[in-house]
Design a protein around this ligand. Structure first.
Ligand SMILES: [Zn+2]
Length: 398
């Protein structure tokens, strides 16, 4: 029996108990939960080896990052046939993927100080043309300059995009696109995976091990270990059918209450969104509830793609044409997802698959430069150049 079966078996048994007793087990939050504060420091998830970091640092400090870009192209497209097929001779456009700017509280898996973000923006303005997503999509067909262009995107719609990212974007007059989880904005509640990240921070280790049947040797001694364990747990749930995933989330929610301080005011609200829109920030859909789209029934898939767009268009009073796949990994969407997006007349959809985009890239499966929340400007520059993009890989945490 694997972890998934184990979880579902536990959930089924609990449901039987609930039915026999006639009432669900409600747990009152303890005083320690009420006063819980998220850990201030959580390290970046490891994405680059020490060797790659050293190479990136050396290239950055010596100003050789441009040479590295040429080398990276040759490494990645060795044959002339492949080069023509991949459109490597044409312009390549980067789409940067961020989640949050700021360092404290939900989301726990992502943190980037505002000062580092500002340095990144200064670097981008110096070496690239920062385009709106709409401009980038148009320039893929007819480029306007030899200078490489890129667009900045943020997934999920966390509140600190307003308090931390927006002031920097406005200061440097930089366009960006934010993909909103419509249900999270409507309800003001954090998405399901964030509840899991927080639950893994607050629950006693033995409770997590026993209740969730976590495999040995899961280490839960430090906040960092709990972060990794939660990411693995979410990764496991993503392979379930949506019904089973929801059942497991419900089970966890019943068993491990999470503090109100982690829940409130963590997502953007409509006033903040409208203010940003009037300052030139654009918005796209990131579904209603952030499910794994490839696990949905056709009806639920339609509802997530269509209803999220309707909610956003009603609130923003302008067309919403761009989409971001939750998790964005290869297994999180499929042909049915793309067909439904096209039928609903979405013009673009971004993945979390690392890479740059050429004229030939499917506009409904655009690549992005992921893990931009790095404190190392050298690593950031190396990824943008194309070096390490494939090596960085992606676990699609969210
Ligand atoms: Zn997301």
């Amino acid at each position: 029996m694997d972890l998934g079966d184990f979880l579902l078996d536990k959930y089924a048994k609990r449901q039987e108990v609930v039915q026999n007793n006639g009432s669900a087990v409600e747990m009152e939050p303890s005083e320690s939960l009420r006063s819980w504060e998220p850990p201030k420091e959580l390290p970046e998830l490891p994405t680059e080896s020490a060797l790659r970091r050293a190479i990136a640092q050396a290239l950055f400090q010596t100003g050789c990052i441009r040479v590295a870009e040429i080398i990276a192209r040759r490494w990645r497209f060795p044959s002339a046939v492949h080069k023509r097929k991949a459109g490597v001779f044409g312009p390549r456009f980067a789409i940067l993927c961020y989640h949050r700017i700021g360092t404290h509280g939900v989301p726990l898996y992502s943190g980037l100080p505002r000062s580092v973000f500002e340095k990144q923006i200064v670097y981008l303005r110096k070496h690239y043309r920062i385009l709106s997503l709409e401009e980038l999509l148009a320039e893929r067909e007819s480029p306007k300059s030899d200078k490489p262009g890129l667009a900045i995107t943020f997934d999920d719609g966390y509140a600190d995009l307003y308090s931390e990212a927006f002031p920097v974007l406005r200061k440097y007059e930089v366009p960006a696109t934010i993909y909103l989880v419509a249900g999270a904005v409507q309800s003001g509640e954090i998405p399901w995976y964030d509840r899991i990240f927080v639950a893994f921070q607050v629950a006693p280790a033995d409770q997590l091990m026993n209740e969730l049947g976590l495999p040995e040797p899961t280490r839960l001694e430090t906040p960092q270990q709990r972060l990794v364990a939660a990411a693995r747990y979410i990764f496991t749930l993503r392979a379930f059918s949506d019904t089973d995933r929801l059942a497991c989330c419900d089970y966890l929610q019943q068993r491990i209450p999470i503090p109100q301080s982690a829940l409130l005011n963590r997502m953007l609200n409509w006033n903040q969104i409208r203010e940003m829109q009037s300052a030139g920030i654009s918005f796209g859909s990131h579904t209603v509830s952030h499910p794994v789209l490839s696990r949905l029934s056709p009806q639920d898939l339609l509802r997530e793609l269509r209803d999220s767009r309707h909610v956003l268009e009603n609130e923003l009073q302008r067309p919403v044409l761009d989409f971001s796949y939750p998790f964005g990994t290869q297994d999180s969407f499929n042909d049915a997802t793309c067909i439904q997006l096209a039928a609903l007349h979405y013009r673009s959809a971004v993945t979390s698959l690392p890479g740059l985009n050429t004229r030939e890239t499917n506009p409904l499966a655009l690549h992005r430069v992921t893990y931009c929340e790095t404190s190392s400007l050298a690593i950031f520059a190396a990824r943008l150049s194309g070096l390490f993009l494939s090596a960085a890989g992606n676990t699609g945490v969210v």
